[in-house]
Design a protein around this ligand. Structure first.
Ligand code: ARG
Length: 457
């Protein structure tokens, strides 16, 4: 029977099924580099503060560095009977340096160790995620600039509403991602606090220097309450929540790409490199990237739900339930980062069908609001103008005509105050150009957004 590091009070070995059930090394081995870095900082502090002999601290640090090298080169064989990453590292340290290894776990617990590891991990992953968001934003701004003047139908209720510039439409997603970035960076502030030194829950009897550990690990602050520190997973909930919102944004965009890519719409052509075929239908080229991003958003929303549900019944302080925080976290990190990466590829190589978008933009009375606005400028209250144009549209529907098919006489019949040059106000170009108030779809405003966006990224 391999003796457990906590085996002193036990006279029987752990049941195999229980061992398999309680182990976390199969997934928390992913934290090994962060775990070792945390231990190195802790050991140095123990030596410096005279809590363990400085010479032992040096040997521990050396041993840990050599395990870190092994971890980076991938040569470590983990042992499931050693339960988790923390005890696997400690066991490896015993193998490297002998009994001195037993001094490392002074003045700490796995409870403050594990949340330190996750925080270190998450700091790296938030930085990486923010970088990927920025990469996608760059693609968006490039595409928005390239297609700034392309006109397409703007929709509400997935019905033609008013024409918009493609640059405007694409930039809408830029701003969503900008808020996503903000949420990630805001979350980072709360991740950036060191829990190590909280012990199992009540603090430690040794005169440790937590500030020193925080400094060597690059944490901005140390936590104030040991019980809160070991029980807190808010920072993971926040990250998963910010990630879920990113995925919802990408999922909505995916849905649009999928619709735009249908043979009915034909607004966009996706590159061969980001699409896949069918095993039976030779003609198929499917927008699988967009579909999978939409599909994977479900996992990330699920991960967030798992984590919130995991915590909701937990009394103070640490409970083993919290071991279940890691898989949803890792799954979300991987899913959101991959989704951002492939989405950028898909968008970068997408070709927009300009004539098709332009033709569709004028259909279905999309400039009816412009006619109403025209009448308002002639002194008619908006409600009456709305009524007049509504009747005109009903006439068009009945006679199978578009607004741009109408003669001036037909328009006058329903809207007598309209001017003779009204037709020029009803083109999609005029409609778009007229919306020049801040945040509107006029080219000047789209250019202003693009310029502001370029400065931000
Ligand atoms: N593997 C555990 C986790 O991830 C580490 C902490 C375990 N602490 C304990 N007292 N059993 O939460």
């Amino acid at each position: 029977m391999a003796k457990k590091l906590w085996g002193g009070r036990f006279s029987k070995s752990t049941d195999k099924a229980v061992e398999a059930f309680t182990e976390s090394i199969s997934f928390d081995s992913r934290l090994i580099e962060h775990d070792i870095k945390g231990s190195i900082a802790h050991a140095k502090m123990l030596g410096k503060c005279g809590i363990i002999p400085e010479d032992d601290a040096r040997k521990i640090v050396q041993g840990l560095r050599s395990i870190l090298d092994d971890a980076i080169s991938g040569s470590i064989k983990f042992d499931a009977s050693a339960e988790d990453v923390h005890m696997n590292v400690e066991k490896l340290l015993f193998e490297k340096i002998g009994d001195i290894a037993g001094r490392l776990h002074t003045a700490r617990s796995r409870n403050d160790q594990v949340c330190t590891d996750i925080r270190l991990f998450l700091k790296d992953e938030i930085t990486r995620t923010v970088g990927l968001i920025r990469d996608l934003q760059k693609v968006l701004v490039d595409q928005a600039e390239k297609n700034a003047e392309v006109i397409l139908p703007g929709y509400t209720h997935l019905q033609h509403a008013q024409p918009v510039l493609l640059g405007h439409h694409l930039m809408a997603y830029f701003w969503m991602l900008e808020r996503d970035k903000g949420r990630m960076l805001d979350c980072l502030k709360r991740v950036d606090v060191l829990p190590l030194g909280s012990g199992a829950l009540a603090g430690t009897t040794f005169s440790i220097d937590r500030k020193m550990v925080a400094q060597s690990l690059g944490f901005a602050a140390v936590s104030d309450n040991s019980m809160d520190s070991v029980a807190d997973r808010d920072f993971i909930s926040e990250f998963l929540s910010a990630a879920a919102i990113i995925m919802v944004h990408l999922s909505r965009f995916s849905e649009e790409i999928i619709i735009w890519n249908t043979s009915e719409f034909k607004f966009v052509d996706l590159d061969d490199s980001v699409t896949t075929g069918s095993s039976i239908m030779p003609q198929k080229k499917n927008p699988d990237v967009a579909e999978l991003v939409r599909g994977k958003s479900a996992r990330v929303i699920g991960d967030l739900m798992s984590l919130l549900t995991l915590q909701k019944g937990l009394p103070m302080a640490y409970n083993r339930d919290l071991q279940e925080d890691k898989e949803p976290l890792f799954d979300t990190v991987d899913t959101v980062q991959l989704s951002l990466t492939v989405f950028a590829l898909m968008l970068e190589t997408a070709k927009f069908n300009v004539p098709r978008m332009h033709a569709a933009a004028g259909e279905a009375y999309s400039t009816a609001t412009d006619l109403a606005d025209h009448l308002v400028r002639k002194g008619i209250p908006f409600r009456s103008a709305h009524e007049q144009v509504g009747s005109l549209v009903a006439y068009c529907v009945e006679n199978n005509k578009e607004l741009f098919d109408l003669t001036i006489d037909e328009i006058h019949r329903f809207a007598p105050e309209s001017a003779d040059d009204v037709a020029s106000a009803l083109t999609v170009e005029a409609s778009v150009a007229a919306r020049s108030a801040t945040g509107g779809t006029a080219l000047s405003e789209v250019k202003r957004q693009i310029e502001k966006a370029r400065e931000m990224i």
